[in-house]
Design a protein around this ligand. Sequence first.
Ligand code: G6P
Length: 368
Amino acid sequence: YVVDKGNHRHFMEKEIYEQPEVISHALSHYVDFAENTISTNAAAIDFKAASGLAISACGTAYLAGLVGKYWFERYARLPVEIDVASEFRYREMPLSPSQAALFISQSGETADTLASLRYCRENGLKIGAVVNVRESTIARESDAIFPIMAGPEIGVASTKAFTCQLAVLASLAIGAGKARGTVSADEERALVRHLAEMPRIMSRVLNLIQPQMESLSRELSKCKDVLYLGRGTSFPLAMEGALKLKEISYIHAEGYAAGELKHGPIALIDENMPVIVIAPFDRFFEKTVSNMQEVAARGGRIIFITDEAGAAASKLPTMATIILPVVDEIIAPMIFSLPIQLLAYHTAVFMGTDVDQPRNLAKSVTVE
Ligand code: G6P
């Protein structure tokens, strides 16, 4: 496998643009496109009998897990306990062998994630590994390996691994729902059809938004702080957006649940701190827009990442509105990841930081 940047300036950019292709690989591993069904080969993990699911990971992989929690709870009615691995491993939380556990790690070598895995093993849980590197320690110590098929990821800031982790978690959650009888055969087919559309929509969106992301990043690069807001699965996405931006542009950023705005961050709103609101036109939309209103009323500058339906439904003044196509809720987190990644990327390029090797960060953290 030859790893080079191709026509791209940085590995991160290359990896962002690779997403339609690698997501397609990931899906083909979990989806039977002829039948429009999920085929996860997850025999080692009995989602049907599981009383709950414990998920742990670090960094971006943890945020993928947080999105996964929404899916497993919604589609499979499976309660999910999730924590960052550095807390999970020491919390001494009571676990039961009737629960299943999932560990998400691009490298499969993160020390805290591995320690959390071993804690679950000691407690008798069956273990699944959502990994990119199949020969890794975390994969080796698991009962079932769920590869994300992203190919080598060189950029320290994770992009394609994140969306592939999401694609795999979505597939697993639908599969678990099918096994548990909470997703009907019709629902499964409909959801799988949406997953199948994803690579094509991703390509379209990447082309569509690129120029806007580049010009917007000029504005962002002048800021000292940026706040990201979202509800539902857009909440972990808000945190991922903030993480990406701070990792590579060194601009301070925070991701918040939109509903928590009034419990703290609203005190920071002024004309100097852009607020990036992530809001597809889903069942949370109206609530998020009312939070956006609170930002607008205090003179905050809003960057509104929404879809065509959302843009039509909100009349609030914004600094910029990024309009994506309307997509099904199951694929929205992957599609909405794209503007977030490109915004961070172009801001960092604009500021002249070392995008692929940001200061103080490591691709894989194998010490505690
Ligand atoms: C480091 C990387 C992140 C990554 C995290 C977890 O902090 O810089 O990009 O999300 O580790 O790594 P893993 O390999 O376990 O996914």
